[in-house]
Ligand binder design. Structure first.
Ligand SMILES: C[S@@+](CC[C@H](N)C(=O)[O-])C[C@H]1O[C@@H](n2cnc3c(N)ncnc32)[C@H](O)[C@@H]1O
Length: 233
């Protein structure tokens, strides 16, 4: 039994969780553990603090198919202070951005943006944008072409409708669009979480440009959250 399974360049799954190859050696982003394996330093990617990590731990499909390729063009809506974005950066860009990737990291909060800017100064390839993800046409000028991978994690109502707009305007055909849905963020007055998640899934399917690949329940890692993975067709 191998000690770890590679999920692609710079991402490992071990018995205790996920690790990414640290692009800024000697530095943690939010106090996470680091360890050396030969000349390489790895950072712990906490699946209780990152929905991308939680999704990779819980997915029933091959998790390596859910993360973007190194060097790809990514959009992350709801970047917050950038802790998940930093792990994506380890994988998509690497030290000094030797993979030539690009991650558009968008958040509406100026408080979060301050921390994100500090992160970006040490991690070339991340483009921080203070903006409202509900208006994707304002974000399009920052992309040289349609994105390969888009992740949305917005704590606000109408998450599914917003996802339809962002994937329609920013994601390229064949690209993966992934949304984290938090039941408590919606304004629903009746029905339970499962019913609300079903409604969100129906909204996403009805858009016509997204084929659902998987719906992942994050229970145990993130309560009242699901992730829906879709491919743009
Ligand atoms: C749950 S947090 C994201 C955590 C982050 N994905 C991570 O794993 O580190 C949600 C973020 O969405 C941002 N947000 C909420 N509404 C937004 C909007 N309309 N446009 C952009 N960002 C928004 C909030 O400021 C907050 O930082």
């Amino acid at each position: 039994m191998p000690r770890h399974v590679s999920l692609g360049w710079g991402v490992r799954k071990e018995k205790g969780g996920l690790w990414t190859r640290n692009a800024v050696r000697g530095k943690s982003v939010r106090g996470e553990r680091r360890k050396r394996d030969g000349r390489i330093e790895w950072r712990k990617w906490d699946s209780r603090r990152s929905k991308v990590a939680a999704m990779l731990m819980r997915s029933k499909v091959d998790p390596s198919t859910l993360i973007p390729n190194p060097g790809s063009l990514c959009v992350y809506l709801g970047a917050s202070s950038g802790s998940t974005v930093s792990h994506l950066h380890d994988h998509v860009c690497g030290a000094g951005n030797h993979h030539g990737g690009k991650i558009l990291a968008v958040d509406i909060s100026s408080r979060m943006m301050r921390d994100l800017l500090t992160l970006c100064s040490a991690r070339p390839g991340i483009v921080p944008i203070l903006g409202d993800a509900r208006y994707p046409l304002n974000l399009a000028p920052y992309l040289p072409r349609m994105a390969d991978w888009l992740f949305q994690d917005l704590s606000m109502p109408d998450q599914a409708k917003s996802f339809i707009k962002s994937t329609s305007h920013l994601l390229g055909e064949g690209g993966l669009g992934i949304i984290s849905i938090k039941a408590a963020s919606e304004r629903w007055s009746t029905g339970g979480d499962e019913q609300h998640f079903d409604e969100s899934e129906t909204i996403i399917k009805s858009a016509g440009h997204l084929k659902i690949i998987e719906r992942i329940d994050l229970r145990g890692l993130e309560e009242q959250h699901i992730v829906i993975v879709a491919q743009k067709v």
